[in-house]
Design a protein around this ligand. Structure first.
Ligand code: NAG
Length: 313
């Protein structure tokens, strides 16, 4: 019962971690631990925000959405890695690969859009507080979230559709631990010109527009905060915005390091280390960044647990 038995012609092999079999138990434990922390931490944030009426404000609704997206994001990648490491079979079907790529792109784009929406929300709250409640009404928040979902899925769908027409004739071995775009493009033997133009256009649009929104919002916020006379007021604003900025920097920093290099210099090894950071660490850090430095979140988590205790007694 070798691998060949179960491998059909169109299957791919995810060979990212297969070179060093002695490291696989360690990798398995690390990925499993990271996965549990990410899923539990993010779900806890969603539950704490949902169960606490104090936190039913746009900022926390967006944060709950971000945590939910991060949970899904890690579910598209890590379970497959764990199964592959455990069974030492590295196959993934052609469809499975495309589906994984689709969700990976859609959820990463969604993260990107939500970060921009969150920056805009902070800008309205801090720089135009008098208009905040009319601009950020529940319908508007829902619209922003829905638009982000639609855009990210549309962009990811168009690329996956183009990718699904590619043929892969020479090799089906992906030197990576999930079906990411650059290693798949390297294997394709169809004409990838249209795909690359589409991808570049989408990357520029979905990178530049949200990033500009984030930078402009924070430039205004910093300008406004510097004019607040009281040190206490400054501190409060900086402590919430500090968390946002940390997450934004982590997200865009790793994104640029992974993807904004010429594809000729795409080296599988450094690409993979950066991808681990990008796929695992960013999603895992969000709950800590937001809850450890934020008194309202800590209060909500505290109330969430004491409420649990009361209701089980
Ligand atoms: C996402 O945001 C919308 C709009 O603010 C909100 O109604 C919804 O409850 C949020 N979803 C989650 C999972 O928190």
């Amino acid at each position: 019962m070798g691998i060949t038995n179960q491998t059909s012609i169109s299957d791919f092999l995810l060979l990212g971690f297969s070179q060093h079999p002695e490291q696989q138990p360690l990798l398995f434990v690390l990925f499993l631990a990271g996965y549990l922390v990410t899923v539990l931490g993010n779900l806890l944030i969603v539950l704490a925000i949902g169960s606490d009426p104090h936190l039913h404000t746009p900022m926390y609704f967006f944060l709950a959405n971000l945590s939910f997206v991060d949970t899904c994001f890690s579910c598209t990648i890590v379970p497959k890695v764990l199964v592959n490491l455990h069974t030492q079979h590295y196959t993934i079907s052609h469809t499975g690969c495309l589906v994984q790529m689709y969700f990976f792109m859609a959820l990463a784009l969604l993260d990107d859009f939500l970060l921009a929406v969150m920056a805009y929300d902070r800008y309205m709250a801090i720089c135009l507080p008098l208009h905040y409640s009319t601009v950020m009404c529940p319908q508007r928040c829902l619209l922003l979230v829905t638009a982000s979902w639609l855009c990210s899925h549309l962009l990811a769908f168009s690329l996956s559709l183009l990718m699904s027409h590619f043929s892969f004739c020479a090799s089906h071995s992906i030197p990576h631990f999930f079906c990411d775009v650059p290693p798949l493009l390297k294997l394709a033997c169809s004409d990838t010109h249209i795909f690359q133009v589409t991808m570049l256009t989408e990357a520029v649009l979905s990178g530049m527009i949200p990033l500009t929104c984030v930078l402009v919002s924070y430039a205004h916020i910093i300008h406004t905060v510097l004019r607040i006379p009281s040190a206490g007021g400054k501190h409060k604003v900086f402590s919430t915005c500090g968390s946002h900025l940390t997450v934004v920097t982590l997200f865009y920093g790793t994104l640029f390091l992974v993807y904004f290099r010429p594809s000729s210099s795409y080296s599988a090894d450094t690409g993979m280390v950066m991808s681990v950071i990008y796929t695992m660490v960013t999603a895992m850090m969000n709950p800590f960044i937001y809850s450890l430095r934020n008194r309202d979140m800590k209060g909500a988590l505290w109330r969430f647990f004491s409420w649990r205790k009361c209701s089980t007694q």
